[in-house]
Design a protein around this ligand. Structure first.
Ligand SMILES: NC(=O)c1ccc[n+]([C@@H]2O[C@H](COP(=O)([O-])OP(=O)(O)OC[C@H]3O[C@@H](n4cnc5c(N)ncnc54)[C@H](OP(=O)(O)O)[C@@H]3O)[C@@H](O)[C@H]2O)c1
Length: 269
């Protein structure tokens, strides 16, 4: 089975190296192409470097890891070269299966990895068009397991799914950035030490909940005893944070809708 990756940017580079190092895909079975081909020289010992059409003609699974604005160009270029039974995998939530099918009508999957793939703990969203069978799903799931957990969703939920796993590292980082900055204004503990204390507690709290199957409410109740100090803080969060969280999703989902409209218009043109 040959795996091809078009695009050697943030996502393409990450997948290429993870498929080689974690999934053990041999150099002969791993193909890579990029618009600026020189960038691929660092990968010459783990993959076979070629152009887009050579890659498409040789690969059983083709990952297209380019920005939405470049997607139409790449799909038009490879459509006639793709193997009849190839599985096409795109990485963008804004390009729908219907849009892709106008250029390439083949087995197609959409995959949205998260930044945490860097430590092999991605929460990768995957969805399929109606042509993808059980065997292909098993193969793709196996491949994606090399970067973490795989979550299957229907196409209409990929947007919100992406908010929850792909955008979430940014949301979490910004929330705790605000908390650390506020903490810093109330203490002489150096910022670096505050960040380390909060990050380790945040990470351990997540692991504790996952390992012990605890709910948010159980953790809050265990720490915030009635009338105690923690309860003062959790009350403020439950009073004031919901409106910020609602506003955050209102804004991001609206932006997602506008981005999808723009991508569709670019695809039509
Ligand atoms: N970054 C994320 O966290 C993330 C997460 C989930 C999904 N995604 C999605 O993944 C896709 C890729 O994102 P990215 O962050 O990896 O983008 P990126 O860093 O900008 O990389 C895009 C790559 O595509 C290459 N490319 C463009 N046109 C090409 C063509 N005609 N033929 C071959 N290669 C071409 C570019 O080549 P050059 O070197 O010449 O520029 C570049 O290496 C996007 O659709 C994005 O929405 C990203």
């Amino acid at each position: 089975m040959k795996i091809g990756i078009i695009g050697y940017g943030s996502m393409g580079r990450m997948l290429l190296w993870k498929f080689s190092e974690n999934a053990g895909i041999a150099q002969d079975d791993l193909l890579a192409a990029n618009r600026t081909s020189e960038k691929l020289s660092e990968a010459k010992d783990i993959a076979t470097i070629c152009d887009n059409t050579t890659l498409a003609a040789a690969s059983d699974i083709v990952f297209v890891c380019v920005r939405p604005s470049d997607m139409k160009t790449v799909l038009s270029e490879i459509s006639s070269a793709l193997k009849e039974d190839a599985l096409l995998v795109t990485l963008n939530g804004s390009i729908t299966f219907d849009m892709i099918a106008r250029l390439v009508n083949c087995k197609t999957a959409k995959v949205i990895p998260s930044l945490t793939a860097e430590i092999d703990r991605s929460q990768t969203i995957v969805c399929y068009n109606g042509l993808v069978g059980a065997d292909d799903k098993t193969i793709l799931r196996g491949l994606l397991s090399s970067i973490g957990k795989v979550i299957e969703l229907p196409e209409n939920e990929v947007g919100m799914g992406s908010e929850l796993v792909s955008c979430m590292p940014g949301f979490i980082a910004s929330i705790f950035d605000v908390i650390c900055t506020s903490a810093g204004s109330h203490t002489s503990i150096p910022r670096e030490q505050i960040v380390s204390m909060v990050l380790n507690t945040m990470s351990a709290t997540g692991d504790l909940m996952l390992h012990k199957d605890l709910s948010f409410n159980e953790v809050v109740t265990r720490v915030a005893t009635k009338g105690g100090i923690t309860e003062e803080g959790t009350k403020v969060i439950y009073d004031m944070f919901p409106s910020a969280a609602d506003e955050m999703f209102n804004k991001t989902l609206e932006k997602r809708r506008l981005t999808a409209e723009k991508a569709a218009a670019a695809f039509e043109s």
